[in-house]
Design a protein around this ligand. Structure first.
Ligand code: WTA
Length: 687
C-alpha cells in the first residue's frame, strides 16, 4: 500500500482534452494571478454573472490580523445582485428555461420527477410571494428542515430571492438541535415537510418540528409560520404495517390512518400546507437587489465549546466562489449530468447541489434516498440511468459500498463517468483506489476536495484536467487560496513538513462572521495565529509540494463526514443523572472514518449496565441526532487529568484503540488511573 500511495495518477485523457484547465502550467499561472491580482482574476469571472449594479468601491478589503484590529472581509463593494436571479432568471432569459435542472430520484426507485429551470423559477416566485405575504423581509432568518426534495431547493432560492437569510438544519437533527438553532438565529418562520422515508426508516419530520416549536416557545421565540410540504401523499413507501416492523418501532404505525394516509398534528395558528399556500400565489416576484456583503445564509457547524456556530456567508463572494469551484473542480461543461449525493442540510449540498450547479445552469440528479436501499447498487443504477458524468460523494459512502465487493458496481454501465469527487474527510488510499479502479474503470479523474462549512467552497483540490493526483492527497490550493503550514509557535514551515493548515489571504467564499458573535469568529479562526485563517486541521506537504490533510487538531471529530465536537456529546451525556463526568474521544472506524468512544464516570449509587448504556445512547440521539450515536461506552472510575485538571485526551484515544504506547504521562495527577481505565475497556464489538 505504501507504494501505491506514492503512485501518481494522471488526469483522464477524456477530461484533459476538453478541460477548462488542462495542464499544471496553466493551473500555476492562473493560481499565481489569482493571488497577485485578485481584482483582475475575479473581475473577469464576475462578468459571467448578472450584477444590477457594478462595484463602486474597493474590489477587496480585509484584515486578517487580530493585532491590527477587528477581522473583516469585504468583496465587490457597492455591487448589487441576487443569487436566485443568477441561478434562474439569467438562464431563462438566455433561452435555457426548458433545460432540466434536476432529475429527482425518490427513496423508492419508482418515485421520479424532473423539473426545468423555467418551472423552478415559477415555483420559487410563488413561494417567495407566500413568504412576503407572511411578512418575511430582507434580513429575516428562515429555518428550513426538509428532506431531499425539489421543494427544498425551491425554499432556499425563494428565501434568497427576497433577501431573507436561510438557515437550513439537516433533517437528521433532533428536536433539541433544531430548536437550539432556531432560537440562536431567532427564526420565526420555518419550512418543513410532513415526513420522509430514508431507506426503510420513517423520519417523522413534522412531529420533530412540533416538539422543536414547543421548545422554541419555552425560550420566548414565537414562531409565526410553519410551511409544510405534503410529501407522504406524493411518494410511495413501504406499507405502514410492514414498515413499522422494519423500523423496529411499531409505534410508527400510528402515523397512518386506516386508508394508509400519513397523519400529522396540526396547529392552524402556525401550520400552513405548502400546496394550499402556493396555489393562489403569483408566479411573478421581482428579486430584491442585495449588496455584496448582505447575508445570504447561515449554516450551523460544531464548535469546540459545544455550542454550534452559525457560519454566515454573504451574497457576492459566495456566489462567485461556489460557481467557479464547481466549474473547475468538476470541469463542468454543458451536456454533463452531475450527481452529488450530499444532503442539502450540509454545506456540500448548499454549494454543490444547489448553488454551484445552478449558477452554471447544470443538469443534476437530486437523490432523496440512501446508498443501500433498496439494494447496494443504487448509486450505480442512478449513474447508469441518467448517464451521469460527474459524481460527488463521501469516503464513508465509498467505504460502505466497497464492503459489498465489485459485483454490485460491475452490474451497471458506468462508462459515462469522467470525474469522481470525494469530500468530507480524509480519504484513505484503499478507498481512493477502489473508487478510481472499480467505479471509474481507471478511466476517470478523481478529485479529493478539501474544504469546510466556513470556506464556502473547495479550497484545496486537484483540477481534473490538470493535476496528477496522489491517492489520499487533496493536492493543491484552488484559485485565490494562499496556503501555509505553521508550527506551534506560528512560524511558517517551508518545503516538506507537517503543521497547522492555515490560509494567508481571503478568497471570495470565506465566511464573514459567526452569526451574532463576531468575537467568537475572531477567536476561533484568527486569534491563535494573527494574520492567518486557521482551519483547525493539520496537514503535511510532501517533497512535490502536495498537501495531505491529516484531520482535525482540535476537539472536533468527524463521524461519517459529519463534524461533531467532543464537548457537544459530553454535555449531552452529563445531563443524565447517573453521569458525574464524561469524556469523549474519536476512535478510528473502518466505515465511518471516526466514531465516538465515550468514557463515563458515574454518580454515587448507579451501576453501569446495559439499561444505562441504552439510555445514554438515547440521550445523545435526542440531544443531537441519530448520526451522533456513540459506538463505545466505557465505565471510567476516574479520568486522566493533569494537575491543573485538564483531561489528557491523547491518553484516552490510546486506550480506546488498546494501545499502551502512551508517551509521557508524568504530568498526570494520578498516573495509575491509566491502567485502571485499560482494565475497563469493553470487549471488542461490545459496548
Ligand atoms: C474535513 C465539509 C480531509 C476537515 C465540506 C474539515 C476533509 C472538515 C476533507 C469540514 C478532505 C473535509 N480531506 N479532510 N477532502 N473534506 N474534511 O464543515 O476536517 O462539514 O475541517 O465541511 O471536514 O467539515 P464541514
Amino acid at each position: 500500500m505504501a507504494d501505491e500511495t506514492d503512485q501518481i495518477f494522471n488526469p483522464a485523457q477524456k477530461v484533459a482534452k476538453v478541460s477548462h484547465c488542462s495542464s499544471m502550467e496553466q493551473y500555476k499561472q492562473l493560481h499565481e494571478k489569482s493571488l497577485k491580482n485578485p481584482e483582475e482574476f475575479w473581475g473577469e469571472i464576475v462578468k459571467d454573472f448578472h450584477f444590477e449594479q457594478n462595484v463602486t468601491g474597493k474590489f477587496l478589503d480585509y484584515n486578517f490580523d487580530t493585532t491590527k484590529g477587528s477581522i473583516f472581509i469585504r468583496w465587490l463593494e457597492g455591487a448589487k445582485t441576487n443569487i436566485c436571479y443568477n441561478c434562474l432568471d439569467r438562464h431563462v432569459a438566455a433561452g435555457r428555461g426548458d433545460q432540466v435542472a434536476f432529475y429527482w430520484e425518490g427513496n423508492d426507485p419508482a418515485d421520479v420527477e424532473r423539473v426545468t429551470y423555467a418551472e423552478l423559477l415559477k415555483e420559487v416566485c410563488r413561494v417567495a410571494n407566500v413568504l412576503k405575504a407572511k411578512g418575511v423581509a430582507k434580513g429575516d432568518r428562515v429555518a428550513i428542515y426538509m428532506p431531499m426534495i425539489k421543494q427544498l431547493v425551491v425554499a432556499m432560492l425563494a428565501v434568497a430571492r427576497i433577501g431573507a437569510v436561510h438557515s437550513i438544519v439537516f433533517g437528521g437533527y433532533s428536536a433539541d438541535s433544531l430548536a437550539e438553532r432556531m432560537v440562536d438565529a431567532q427564526s420565526s418562520v420555518l419550512i418543513t415537510a410532513d415526513a420522509v422515508w430514508r431507506g426503510a426508516k420513517l423520519i417523522a419530520l413534522k412531529e420533530i418540528v412540533d416538539d422543536a416549536l414547543k421548545i422554541c416557545r419555552s425560550k420566548k421565540l414565537d414562531v409565526k409560520l410553519s410551511l409544510v410540504v405534503r410529501h407522504m401523499r406524493t411518494v410511495t413507501g413501504p406499507q405502514p404495517a410492514t414498515n413499522g416492523a422494519a423500523n423496529g418501532n411499531p409505534a410508527k404505525r400510528t402515523h397512518f390512518d386506516d386508508q394508509g394516509n400519513y397523519k400529522v398534528g396540526w396547529d392552524s395558528n402556525v401550520d400552513v400546507w405548502w400546496h394550499e399556500a402556493v396555489e393562489g400565489a403569483s408566479a411573478d416576484c421581482p428579486p430584491v437587489w442585495m449588496d455584496s456583503e448582505d447575508p445570504l445564509f447561515m449554516l450551523y457547524t460544531s464548535g469546540s465549546t459545544g455550542k454550534p456556530k452559525g457560519v454566515l456567508h454573504t451574497v457576492s463572494g459566495y456566489m462567485i466562489y461556489a460557481a467557479t469551484t464547481f466549474k473547475y473542480s468538476f470541469d463542468y461543461h454543458p451536456g454533463d449530468v452531475y450527481f452529488c449525493t450530499a444532503d442539502i442540510g450540509w454545506i456540500t449540498g448548499h454549494s454543490y447541489v444547489t448553488y454551484g450547479p445552478m449558477l452554471n445552469c447544470a443538469t443534476s440528479v437530486l437523490f432523496e434516498g440512501v446508498p443501500t436501499y433498496p439494494h447496494t447498487g443504487r448509486f450505480w443504477e442512478i449513474i447508469q440511468k441518467y448517464k451521469v458524468s460527474k459524481f460527488y460523494t463521501a469516503p464513508t459512502a465509498i467505504r460502505t459500498l466497497m464492503k459489498f465487493g465489485d459485483d454490485p458496481v460491475k452490474k451497471y454501465d458506468l462508462s459515462s463517468l469522467a470525474v469522481l469527487g470525494s469530500v468530507g474527510e480524509p480519504i484513505n488510499p484503499e478507498a481512493w483506489l477502489w473508487y478510481y479502479r472499480v467505479v471509474g474503470d481507471s478511466n476517470v479523474s478523481v478529485v479529493d476536495t478539501f474544504w469546510q462549512t466556513e470556506t464556502g467552497g473547495h479550497v484545496i483540490t486537484p483540477l481534473p484536467g490538470a493535476t496528477p493526483a496522489k491517492p489520499g492527497s487533496a493536492c493543491f490550493p484552488f484559485f485565490g487560496v494562499d496556503v501555509a503550514l505553521l508550527d506551534e509557535e506560528g512560524r511558517e514551515i517551508k518545503g516538506e513538513g507537517e503543521g497547522y493548515l492555515v490560509f494567508r489571504k481571503p478568497w471570495p467564499g470565506i465566511m464573514r462572521t459567526v452569526y451574532g458573535n463576531h468575537e467568537r469568529f475572531e477567536t476561533t479562526y484568527f486569534k491563535k495565529f494573527p494574520g492567518y485563517y486557521c482551519t483547525g486541521d493539520g496537514a503535511k506537504r510532501d517533497k512535490d509540494g502536495y498537501i495531505w490533510v491529516t484531520g482535525r487538531i482540535d476537539d472536533m471529530l468527524n463521524v461519517s463526514g459529519h463534524l461533531l465536537s467532543t464537548a457537544q456529546v459530553e454535555s449531552a451525556l452529563v445531563e443524565h443523572p447517573a453521569v458525574a463526568e464524561a469524556a469523549v474521544v474519536a476512535r478510528p472506524h473502518s466505515v465511518k472514518g471516526e466514531c465516538l468512544y465515550c468514557y463515563v464516570t458515574l454518580a454515587e449509587g448507579h451501576s453501569f449496565d446495559a439499561t444505562l448504556i441504552g439510555q445514554l445512547k438515547t440521550k445523545v440521539r435526542g440531544k443531537i441526532g441519530a448520526f451522533a450515536t456513540p459506538d463505545y461506552m466505557q465505565l471510567a472510575p476516574g479520568l486522566p487529568k493533569t494537575r491543573s485538571g485538564k483531561i489528557m485526551r491523547r491518553v484516552l484515544r490510546k486506550i480506546a484503540v488498546g494501545d499502551r504506547d502512551f508517551g509521557d504521562i508524568s504530568t498526570l495527577a494520578d498516573p495509575s488511573i491509566v491502567e485502571v481505565l485499560f482494565q475497563h475497556r469493553p470487549q471488542e464489538g461490545k459496548v
